[in-house]
Design a protein around this ligand. Structure first.
Ligand code: HMG
Length: 399
């Protein structure tokens, strides 16, 4: 039985920062951001888009009423969780209207946890082939103003419907996973912003890639030429180029050229969204599937998932015949093209004014006019309870 991705949805907030404008204000050569880091724009979440609201938007874009009846597990991968106890999955469950007999949980291991979710879903569907699993990966990457990590921020969510007999990508059951306790990037409970040892995190990423791929290669007697393309966790698009370079010794010229060509399609979305942590690998996969010419059916794609701290996994997706018919390419392109550019002042204002809850447990904030009426948003906090709903139901709730 094949198990894998039957649908893939994506959501990013409707506001972004232009990297050239940011570079000028930071007195940095724009080419450092455009070429050195490899980012053109980064999505910025206003207070109305937290991890839950973004995930609900990504999910509502792909789910039919039939799916909502068949989903019996919701896995919410995030490192931007909004509660230490309650999982983001429970809110999304209610917002998008999934039937009640569902296992709902939140998963954490930096950017890796969506891949853990994918593997849990695989096991669940193997035992219950009639099940559908909703996997959500939703995050806001925030390093703060004037930090080394600033040009590698971003915000967005990916929603993946996993099932037997998937129409987009079968996931092979063999994979190689690697864990090592390191401090390359972390966010203690008391901090809204991430701490990072930037250069070390790049090294750790590449070491983990080599360890995971090395293990897979040895166990499966594999060779990089077995794959049509490679897709990586993309914290910023230069990082994937470094990953390709790190493996170049094992590639023929032809394979190097093929992987590099596909890589351009695989970073088109990431280049204008930025890092979305748990969803970044899956956004890159989506970008490849939607932006490259149709891949041959049964083509095998090697995927590398990395989460600081650190856990990595190398695994394989097999492209299904006719997959392009089940993607939402036009809607995703429109979403990215129709975003509203923030001035650097507006961006700085957003980053320095997070939601503040008063002593009675209330918080209010105004919703921006650029939010679409159909979007789910985080509206307010009332007596410590977060309020979510569609923008068209907002009607001054935030005031
Ligand atoms: P930095 O110190 O700002 O940058 O840190 P740099 O001075 O090293 O320059 C970056 C690149 O730009 C260099 O190229 C320069 O040569 C080049 P490289 O040596 O890397 O090939 N450059 C230029 N190129 C063209 N024209 C110019 C120019 N000037 C310089 N004029 C760093 C960069 C990525 C470290 C920083 O932004 C950072 O700390 N980011 C956050 C951490 C991160 O993204 N790490 C990635 C690996 S860890 C990971 O992926 C996990 C993560 O997603 C979290 C999770 O798992 O939850 C982050």
């Amino acid at each position: 039985m094949k198990i894998g991705m039957d649908k893939i949805g994506f959501f990013t907030p409707p506001t972004y920062v232009d990297m050239v404008e940011l570079a000028k204000v930071r007195d940095v050569d724009p080419n450092k951001y455009l070429i050195g880091i490899g980012q053109e724009k980064m999505s910025i979440a206003s207070n109305n888009y937290d991890a839950v609201a973004m995930a609900a938007n990504a999910a509502q874009a792909i789910l039919t009423e039939e799916d909502k009846e068949q989903i019996d597990m919701i896995l919410f991968a995030t490192e931007s969780g909004v509660d230490q106890s309650k999982s983001g999955a429970t809110w999304v469950h209610d917002l998008v209207g999934i039937q009640p007999f569902v296992r709902s949980v939140e998963l954490k291991q930096a950017c890796y946890s969506a891949t853990a979710g994918l593997q849990l879903a695989m096991g669940h569907i193997a035992l219950h082939p009639e099940s559908k699993v909703l996997l959500l990966a939703s995050d806001i990457a925030k390093y703060g103003l004037n930090t080394g990590g600033e040009p590698t921020q971003g915000a967005g969510a990916v929603a993946i419907l996993l099932s037997a007999e998937p129409r987009i990508l079968e996931i092979e059951k063999e994979s190689a996973t690697y864990t090592e306790d390191i401090d390359d990037f972390w966010r203690p409970n008391y901090s809204e912003l991430a701490f990072v040892d930037g250069k070390y995190s790049n090294e750790a990423y590449l070491n983990t890639l080599k360890a995971s791929w090395g293990r897979y290669k040895d166990q499966q007697h594999a060779n990089l030429s077995d794959f049509e393309a490679l897709v990586f966790h993309v914290p910023y698009t230069k990082m994937g180029r470094k990953a390709l370079q790190a493996l170049e010794d094992e590639m023929t010229e032809e394979v190097t050229e093929r992987f590099n060509t596909y890589y351009e399609s695989a970073i088109r979305y990431n280049k204008t969204v930025g890092n979305i942590y748990t969803g970044s690998l899956y956004l890159s996969l989506l970008s490849l599937l939607e932006q490259a010419d149709e891949l041959p059916s049964d083509a095998r794609i090697g995927l590398f998932s990395y989460g600081s701290g650190a856990v990595g996994e190398f695994f394989i997706g097999k492209v299904q015949a006719g997959y392009k018919d089940y993607l939402q390419t036009t809607a995703h392109e429109a979403q990215l093209n129709n975003r509203h550019k923030l001035s650097i002042e507006e961006y700085e204002d957003l980053l320095t004014h997070p939601v503040e809850v008063d002593e009675a447990g209330n918080a209010s904030f105004t919703a921006s006019e650029v939010i679409s009426k159909e979007d789910f948003i985080f509206m307010a906090v009332r007596e410590h309870r977060r309020q979510y709903g569609k923008m068209n139901e907002y009607a001054g709730q935030g005031e």
